[in-house]
Design a protein. Structure first.
Length: 499
């Protein structure tokens, strides 16, 4: 069988039925990577030798009568996860030779479920960009247009899925890093409820792999179908066995509804701080029309919706203060000089980000208190609605922009330039309060680029947006494989954009 663009569910059925072996699936995936990845540059750390050995073991296990959730299915893993014996660099040149000796907890869960790990996928420097490029592995391109980004920071994983390099991938998300690449590449992703999925071993190179509770950041599944997201989330979800797992077991509630006509959905396509591009707005409307066609109750406004301006401001404060604490960008003295130069009434997101770089613990506590107020607001909203549909970013994938200072970059929205990082406000809508959000394909732009939207659900009710995504899939077209990628200009090492 030609398996490259099959869903994991289809591959599992074929494996169980005996019409294909894991060795055959793995060899086919490797052949496709070797044929096409010079252009896409999604797989930055191949592990084909161990993948073939794992596929042999999977076939032997099945021959013995064993069956596990992902037995024999080829998958990829975002570079930021520790995989024993492989580099974990986060794109940081100083760590190019770091090799952990223990798998991340999610890599262990993948392997325990029988998955065959093909290798690791590319990321931006320090995981801190909406694109995926770095001085070690070069640039990941969009499978639909090599001149455009695949997104970040899970851009390599999204590009791999869109290119047929494995059936599933795992990524992470603090600023849309699962959802934005899925939107740009036309695949599916799920940002789980904060704390639902153990993250140990998804850690900066050289740092101890401890079971810490991250603020804002989550790890989660990526796939080519909504049902595959649920399949992979069921493998990933659950507390760390070293901490909460000692006394807690996961019991996710079922989806609120099984029929599309029973869902109550709030649809948003406007944000007070940034425009929504016409292509993305059209994608939101396509999903809204599909909901109405399916009999769902759809509303465009609600007084219960937490204030979007304050939500974006809180998100930027929490995001930037945490980021700068881990990766300082300049001295406190320089920052204080820059902040002192701001007008007292400057409430732009650029000003919010700059002030957040000097945040202290008292500032964080105040922002965290306001976050709890927003969480309560969302709880109230979800008594009247089951999900919120909204953009992920304001535009489809944009052309590569490697301007060294990202704060100087701009995002073009239908001819109007906005600060580059302002486009994060839609992703932050779910991230700041820790809500689950499922990214789903929603058609194409006039240029033929993928457009996605996110389905935000109630906290700890991840199965609700996932079920809604599944019901919408046949109505919105779901994943479609890109046309043959036109070869891009090569750099000296054969990979586009490599440094």
């Amino acid at each position: 069988m030609e398996s490259s663009f099959c869903t994991a569910e289809e591959l599992i059925a074929a494996l169980r039925g005996g019409s294909v072996t894991s060795v055959e699936l793995t060899d086919e995936a490797i052949a496709r990577i070797e044929r096409d990845d010079d252009v896409v540059n999604a797989i930055c750390v191949p592990d084909f030798g161990r993948a073939r050995a794992a596929a042999v073991r999977a076939d032997q296990a099945r021959a013995r009568g064993e069956d596990r959730p992902l037995l024999g299915v080829p998958v990829t893993v975002k570079e930021c996860y520790n995989v024993a014996g492989l580099p974990t660099t986060w794109g940081i040149v100083a760590h190019r030779d770091f090799r952990p000796d223990e798998d991340a907890v999610q890599v262990s869960r993948l392997k325990a479920a029988g998955a065959v790990v093909l290798g690791k996928t590319n990321v931006p420097l320090g995981l801190q960009d909406i694109q995926s490029f770095n001085d070690i592995y070069g640039t990941t391109t969009n499978p639909w247009d090599p001149g455009r980004t695949a997104g970040g920071s899970s851009g390599g994983s999204a590009a791999a899925l869109a290119s047929g390099f494995g059936a599933l991938s795992i990524g992470s998300d603090i600023a849309g890093s699962l959802r934005t690449p899925a939107h740009f590449c036309g695949v599916y992703a799920h940002k789980p409820t904060l704390g639902l999925v153990a993250n140990r071993g998804m850690v900066a190179p050289g740092e101890p792999a401890l079971p810490v509770e991250l603020d804002l950041a989550v790890v989660g599944p990526m796939a080519r179908s909504a049902r595959d997201l649920t399949l992979l989330l069921d493998v990933m979800a659950g507390p760390d066995p070293l901490t909460l797992g000692v006394a807690h077991e996961l019991a996710l509630p079922p989806a609120r509804h099984e029929r599309l006509g029973d869902f109550r959905v709030l649809v948003l396509d406007e944000h007070p701080l940034i425009a929504t591009g016409a292509a993305v707005r059209a994608g939101v409307h396509r999903v809204a029309d599909a909901l109405v066609d399916g009999g769902a109750r759809v509303e465009r406004h609600s007084p219960l919706l937490p204030d979007l301006t304050e939500a974006a401001t809180l998100y930027m404060r929490l995001l930037i203060s945490g980021s700068v604490a881990r990766f300082p960008v300049e001295s406190d003295e320089q920052l204080r000089t820059r902040v002192a130069g701001l007008s007292a009434d400057d409430r732009s997101l650029d000003a919010v980000r700059l002030r957040a770089m000097l945040s202290g613990h008292r500032d964080w506590l105040e922002a965290n208190h306001r976050r709890e107020v927003h969480r309560h607001g969302w709880r109230q909203l979800f008594t009247e609605f089951d999900a919120v549909v909204c953009p992920i970013t304001p535009t489809p994938a944009f052309p590569h922009d490697h301007t060294p200072n990202p704060m100087a970059r701009r995002i073009d929205i239908d001819g109007v330039a906005y600060p580059y990082f302002d486009q994060l406000v839609w992703a932050g809508l779910a991230t700041m309060p820790g809500l689950p959000a499922t990214a789903v394909p929603a058609g194409r732009s006039p240029e033929g680029l993928p457009v996605g939207v996110q389905l935000i659900g109630p906290m700890s009710e991840d199965r609700t947006p996932l079920r809604l995504a599944e019901l919408l899939e046949p109505k919105t077209g779901g994943f479609q494989a890109p046309k043959q990628v036109v070869p891009a200009a090569r750099s000296g090492d054969g990979r586009p954009g490599a440094a």
